[in-house]
Design a protein around this ligand. Structure first.
Ligand code: SF4
Length: 346
């Protein structure tokens, strides 16, 4: 059966259940919300809830879909759809963003795997076409394949790589030929992770839900309760420099702050005398938040673990080079954010 513009098969939909074609597929099979409200479907609601809980803890839901029977693949697709309904009913943006990013990361794994299969066999060529079609269809990005490499036009590359601060993403460090940037399968899908997360998030936001089955309501309440864990009010002191305020605002919105931005925030606040206990809650809204990892990293940066080295706040020059500087006139004459608001150099 042909569906939508991508014509996915059931395996494709289990891997990429956010595609519009997943809804069409389920409707074609006769599934509807009223039916899923029957108590017999409670295990599915629990599976969907578990998918959200996994995402909320910064983990990526996984299942061995290659080995599943078709009926179980249907359950995979349905659990995503029911998770979306639970999230929409709960109306907690932070949870929805976390779920969207986690699902994007889950799909990224399949995209990368399928892209990488291209040259293994003729059948693999067909498998690898689908991720290319998704990238083109959803994000209007044409990926050119040549030998075992993937290429994006320089403008398409720069539009995405500008958000990455690690050296390897700088254009000067890439192989560029005839206007195209050469990438591995991993790098290609990594570039579109944020867009994929935003796409899933926007699809959830665009849903109109008039009512939900009674059997869903207890789990919706549980999600509302869970969200209180992520809603700590973050006080942004007016005397923080703009780069630090920006980093806090990014986290407050539940968006992804690059590693270098997190490092700036941690080192700055530690230098201002805050403790790791005071700083850790700032990261709770990060889409990939993991309490244990966050505490470990903060303790490492503060010098209270590892070799005892206390890391210093990066210089303004360094932050400028990482696109993390948002200078205002009050920044004139300072070379490190720590100096902001203090007596400046003459
Ligand atoms: S000049 Fe320095 S303190 Fe001011 S925003 Fe840029 S990095 Fe931050």
């Amino acid at each position: 059966m042909k569906r939508g513009v991508l014509h996915p098969g059931i395996m494709d939909l289990a891997k990429y259940p956010f595609l519009a074609e997943a809804g069409e597929y389920l409707r074609d099979k006769g599934f509807n919300l009223e039916q899923l409200g029957h108590p017999d479907w409670m295990p599915l609601v629990e599976k969907a809830y578990g998918r959200i809980i996994t995402a909320s803890s910064g983990q990526v839901y996984s299942s061995d879909i290659e080995k599943l029977k078709d009926l179980d693949k249907d359950m995979e697709i349905l659990s995503f759809i029911v998770a979306v309904i639970l999230l929409k009913a709960a109306g907690i943006n932070t949870l929805t963003r976390r779920f969207s990013l986690a699902e994007a990361r889950r799909s990224e794994k399949y995209l990368e795997h399928d892209l990488g299969r291209k040259y293994v066999s003729d059948k693999a060529v067909k498998d690898s076409d689908f991720p290319l079609k998704i990238i083109q269809e959803l994000f209007s990005v044409k990926v050119v394949v040549e030998n075992d490499e993937f290429m994006l036009s320089v403008p398409n590359y720069l539009q995405r790589a500008v958000h990455f601060h690690e050296k390897e993403w700088k254009l000067v460090n890439r192989r560029v030929a005839t206007g195209f940037v050469h990438l591995t399968a991993h790098e290609t899908v990594r570039l579109i992770r944020t867009e994929l997360g935003q796409y899933i998030n926007s699809r959830i936001q665009s849903i109109t839900l008039t009512s939900i089955p009674d059997t869903f309501k207890a789990r919706v309440q549980d999600l509302v309760q869970l969200a209180t864990k992520f809603s700590d009010a973050v006080v942004i002191s007016s005397d923080y420099p703009p780069c630090v305020k920006h980093a806090i605002e990014v986290l407050e919105k539940g968006e992804n702050l690059p590693h270098s931005g997190r490092f700036l925030l941690a080192t700055y606040l530690l230098a201002r005398g805050q403790t790791t206990d005071q700083i850790a809650p700032l990261f709770k809204n990060a889409p990939d938040y993991n309490e244990r990892v966050t505490r470990y990293q903060l303790e490492h940066i503060s010098g209270s673990s590892g070799k005892g080295t206390k890391y210093q706040c990066p210089s303004c020059d360094k932050l400028r080079s990482e696109n993390l500087c948002f200078a205002i006139p009050d920044c004139d004459g300072i070379i490190n954010p720590i100096q902001f608001g203090k007596k400046r150099k003459i």
